[in-house]
Write a new protein. Structure first.
Length: 574
């Protein structure tokens, strides 16, 4: 949809005669009268918009629909992916009417506003927006598929959250005591409840993985982690921190009177027709309790191995290892690096119809049909080790252990791998080569590590370059030096891509994240070095096997392909 730009639209406003979408499309021979009749019958039965029904039926494309309307009204078609939207301009119209009328304010010309409509023939929408905006409107046409994401980006709930925080501050007042908080958190319509709901809805809207509530000397910071980077949502008075923490503890079934010790819990939310699992962690700090919440979607689909970005050569070898009947495969990396996603992608490759697959997790993050999934519960002493012992009596073929977090769990998992089970798990190590010795440090016998461990995958996530605003640039001197150290003199002079920042990526230059992987296979020589606990020899042999295929080299390949920036790749070397 890169027809005339918005500023090139000819008339100030189209004639406001009554036009019907179906008639316009038939007149322009985009659909036949018979197709219109069928669509209208379906519209009466379903109540859906006519344009949406025609697109879903494959009778017309969204692009053809937008251009047909634009030709009829002699206005511009605006591509929201490339149009330089400004949040302050978009927010001249409140979110509710914008979503109700499927419209967005594009430009502010002082006495006139350029407004994009999905359905510019909707006279009710035009009149209502003219009344609300109190200015004359010039119409443009926008695609419905582009409108929703644009509204989500620019109608962040910052003002709403700030207003609710102030209402909660006023509600609590200066005298914050246990009785007052207990009364307020028990009321479903209380400001604390509405504030938390807005925080969660905003996090879901922007795809945040975590929400942080951090009381500080100057106030309460509410931050969301988006694409691995924390972004401040709002700053509020620190007096409301206790009310928020207490409400969240109630939701998670924690002890609201205990503020001196860390606590962990979880609860489930239903937002925007999605079910969200929330993992809650509280930590006493100088100015109150820091609260961090990890958001996990129930409906999130499991990705296949072919879809997670694993290099083709590594993918072939990994699938071959997954076909073995016994042994252990470990996925390593820091928290939030996508380890669980990789493990479940591996499980999706297995035949759950012919194999008994059991998972032991804390918590269960994905739900797959055909699997027996168990969630550990330390409160009732249902630990990883205890569940793993019971699992071995369930005649499993494949066992997924959420994390090798203690020596007992590690030893039981290794024994299971020796005795004819395929065991998949995670471990926190820096790279693949150091993983076997992390198991040895945990007390696992060397012979068991050498004979059980089949492969180790180390992984990280880097932010992907925003395709909407990416531009080729020469690397900075510092980036050139890093490129040369990894890829040689030729790499130092290559042109790289970097996002300059736009409305699509919220000015960051990045959109989404990409997996970076390395895999170390335990061959005979490596097994011998592990058996003799010889780190020097093991490290040397591992470096030879991984030459040119380490995390850093894989990241360099992504830079060369323009999928991420040098700055993101350099983070893997630190």
């Amino acid at each position: 949809m890169n027809e005339p730009t918005a500023t090139a639209a000819a008339p100030a406003a189209p004639k406001r005669e009554k036009l019907r979408l179906g008639d316009v499309l038939v007149q322009q021979q985009l659909i036949s009268p018979e197709q219109l009749t069928q669509a209208l019958d379906q519209q009466r039965a379903t109540g859906k918009k006519l344009g949406r029904l025609l697109i879903e039926a494959g009778l017309i494309t969204e692009e053809a629909l937008a251009h047909g309307l634009a030709r009829q009204l002699r206005v511009a078609v605006v591509n929201l992916k490339s149009f330089p939207l400004k949040s302050e301009t978009v927010r001249l119209l409140a979110e509710s009417p914008a979503r109700r009328h499927r419209a967005i304010v594009l430009e502010d010309k002082g006495d006139q506003l350029l407004v994009g409509f999905v359905d510019p023939l909707d006279l009710v929408a035009y009149d209502d927006l003219t009344r609300l905006l109190k200015r004359s409107i010039r119409i443009a046409v926008v695609a419905e598929s582009q409108l929703g994401p644009a509204l989500d980006r620019h109608y962040r709930r910052t003002e709403e959250i700030t207003g609710l925080a102030k209402a909660l501050e006023k509600d609590i007042g200066d005298a914050v005591d246990f009785g007052t908080l207990q009364a307020s958190v028990g009321q479903e319509g209380a400001p604390v409840v509405r504030l938390l709901q807005s925080v969660f809805e905003d996090a879901l809207q922007v795809g945040a993985s975590d929400v942080h509530l951090e009381p500080m000397e100057t106030g309460l910071a509410i931050r969301s982690r988006i694409d691995g980077v924390l972004q401040t949502q709002t700053q509020a008075d620190k007096r409301i921190a206790a009310a928020l923490a207490q409400r969240l503890k109630l939701m998670a079934g924690l002890d609201i009177s205990e503020k001196r010790l860390p606590q962990d819990g979880r609860f489930t939310l239903r937002l925007r027709e999605r079910t969200i699992d929330v993992r809650l962690s509280t930590l006493p700090c100088q100015y109150g309790e820091s609260v961090v919440m990890r958001l996990l979607g129930h409906g999130d689909s499991v990705r296949r191995l072919d879809e997670i970005g694993m290099p083709a050569d590594m993918l072939v070898r990994f699938k071959e290892i997954l076909g073995r009947s016994a042994g252990m495969v470990l996925v390593t990396g820091p928290t939030g690096s996508g380890k669980t996603t990789t493990l479940y992608a591996a499980l999706a490759e297995l035949d759950a119809e012919q194999q008994k697959i059991i998972t032991v997790e804390d918590p269960v993050e994905y739900r797959l049909p055909g699997l027996t999934q168990v969630q550990v519960n330390d409160k009732i002493e249902l630990s990883f080790a205890r569940v793993l012992r019971a699992t071995l009596r369930q005649d499993p073929d494949v066992i997924l252990v959420g994390e090798m977090r203690d020596p007992e769990t590690a030893e039981i998992g290794l024994r299971a791998a020796i005795t004819g089970h395929l065991v998949l798990s995670t471990l926190h190590t820096r790279d693949a080569a150091s993983t076997p010795f992390r198991l040895l440090d945990m007390g696992a016998p060397p012979f068991m590590v050498a004979s059980s461990l089949q492969a180790v995958i180390a992984q990280r996530l880097v932010r992907g370059t925003c395709e909407n605003c990416a531009e080729p640039l020469l690397p900075t001197p510092q980036e050139a030096a890093w490129l040369e150290s990894v890829g040689g003199a030729e790499a130092a002079t290559m042109r790289v891509r970097r996002g300059r920042g736009c409305s699509v990526c919220n000015g960051t230059g990045y959109a989404g994240r990409i997996g970076v992987y390395e895999m170390l296979e335990m061959d005979h020589a490596l097994a011998q070095a592990a058996t003799h606990s010889d780190p020097g020899t093991f490290t040397k042999l591992a470096a030879e096997q991984l030459r040119g295929r380490t995390l850093v080299h894989r990241a360099l390949e992504l830079v060369r392909a323009g999928r991420t920036s040098v700055a993101e790749a350099m983070k893997l070397a630190t």
